[in-house]
Ligand binder design. Sequence first.
Ligand code: 7RM
Length: 632
Amino acid sequence: MRIDSLTTYFQEYEKSINSPEKFWENIAENFYWRKKWSKVLEWNFDEPKIKWFLDAKLNITENIFERNLDKLAQQTAIIWESNNPNESSKHISYQQLFSEVSQFANVLKNQGVKKGDRVAIYMPMVPEAVVAMLACARIGAIHSVVFGGFSAQSLSDRIIDAEAKILITADGGFRGSKTINLKNIVDEALEKCPSIEKCIVLERTKKSIQMKNGRDIWWHQAIENISIHCEAEEMDSEDMLFILYTSGSTGKPKGVVHTIAGYMVYTQYTFENVFQYNRGDIYFCTADVGWITGHSYMVYAPLLAGGTMVMFEGVPNYPHSGRFWEIIDKNKVTHFYTAPTAIRSLMANGLEPIKPYQLTTLKVLGTVGEPINAEAWHWYHTYIGKEKCPIVDTWWQTETGGIMISPLAGITPTKPTFATLPLPGVQLMIVDSEGNELKGNAVEGNLCIKFPFPSMIRTTYGNHERCKQTYFSTYKNLYFTGDGAKRDEDGYYRILGRVDDVINVSGHRLGTAEVENAINEHPLVNESAVVAYPHDIKGQGIYAFVVLENEGKTHEITAMKASILETVNKIIGAIAKPDKILFCSGLPKTRSGKIMRRILRKIAEGDISNLGDITTLLNPEIVEEIKKEAGF
Ligand code: 7RM
């Protein structure tokens, strides 16, 4: 299962392309199945239909627990570090985690949760979030984790779309110097969610909250006297494991669906190979459980691999900018996986915060979520990896479930800013705007995938047509990633960023339309256009061009800006707040009424040397006004 040299990588890649079914079947043999598959793969990208390991029966939690328990019972599964360095950390063994998962699975059953039911999880970064996810998987319920930074409206939208029956949350959570009162947000969200029958509340902050009679139940009371044994539900390979909502080019986030077997096989395989993880290594992934990286490479893959993972409740710069390094030294972390935005923000604090720490236990570093610029790569390599740790720049998406393009740590020669080569089973294609394949090396275009791999998206929840339209219709018989990419002279891939209306702010995905819709909710806003611009720390920043009612003449600018930010905060969450707002009396539009984002993007990027042809605009004079407002 393990690739240990570049030669083996090329051999395995060849095998995976020449006979994908045999290749994945071999890997799948290492898992625990109640019943084996009758067929490895059935697919077409037309409907699309993607099925792996057909008719097999399993439970993913049996592959985390029962499969390994004889060897791993006493080994630590989770090391949890609090937001507050003075609060003791927790070490949870596999045996203990198994008991907690089984017990909470029984709680869910007692609350009427059945196989196939949806359970929403809105929690801070505490081990109980992992327990809640695995408890769902144990009984065949489908979890939908909603990032704890999302607003009441974002939460209720997701609950409504999935028709979740139960919500699992906490009184609140600690993030840096802030206490987030999750339960207050939940109370507001649940006013609009008739599908929710029960809300289970973990006590974390101990701040006083309202508990609604008949609906709300304390976690610690619910588990009292509940058995710690729960037989795993027998699941089909293609039963849904989870839904995770993600932003696209339209206003409403889509529920990306992953199914059990393919996701399980692919995430463990890629985890072990990309990170070259061995049991006993201490792996620290800083992603929040509310994102796909948190699902795949903080929870599922490390636990399937029998690993020890560090889960951190807090943020990189609290109470000081050496917090990550402190956690690494304290726990003898060997593998560290984070986002370029975190690296850039720590880099901005200089070298002083690193000095007190040794960082000598580190063996492998990783990045994910956005392109890493050369400067951040070198800083990470020099000052964190002390020039001895390979960096794996891992490219993948919520929709792919697992890593698609990445070096294998210490095996694939790296090149800063390049995600390097596709993993076994990943068949890439770069196409031009007409969908013609750009063959050979030294080409640049849109990145597609031409053959299924086990962890790929199966559908968008409740709307299969949308899945087809979004991913499988731009180019016939191809999955379109939405990213631009370059393949260089050596065949190495470099991801150039999104070519659609998705923006990536600090590694968080947002749709421009989604942010515009939120801004437009403001009673004094007439219309708006949102574009991304390069941001030193966040990678991309949000630039909003806003047209107010009355052309803004009667409004006080500073107060208006603040009140628009508050609207966005309320509708989506703090991550979507624009970095810059420019008020204008109109937006540049084509004669058919479409906003010319190309022009706005140029202005936002601060490069007006070549705005292109603006004579075809309905209102070319507006461009001059906007340029002036932007300070040109
Ligand atoms: C894992 C994750 C997906 C989008 C993707 C890219 C961008 C992710 C990299 C990257 C350059 C990388 N899922 N992206 N990883 N760009 N290099 N190593 O982030 O669904 O939230 O975002 O993120 O644009 O399409 S995601």
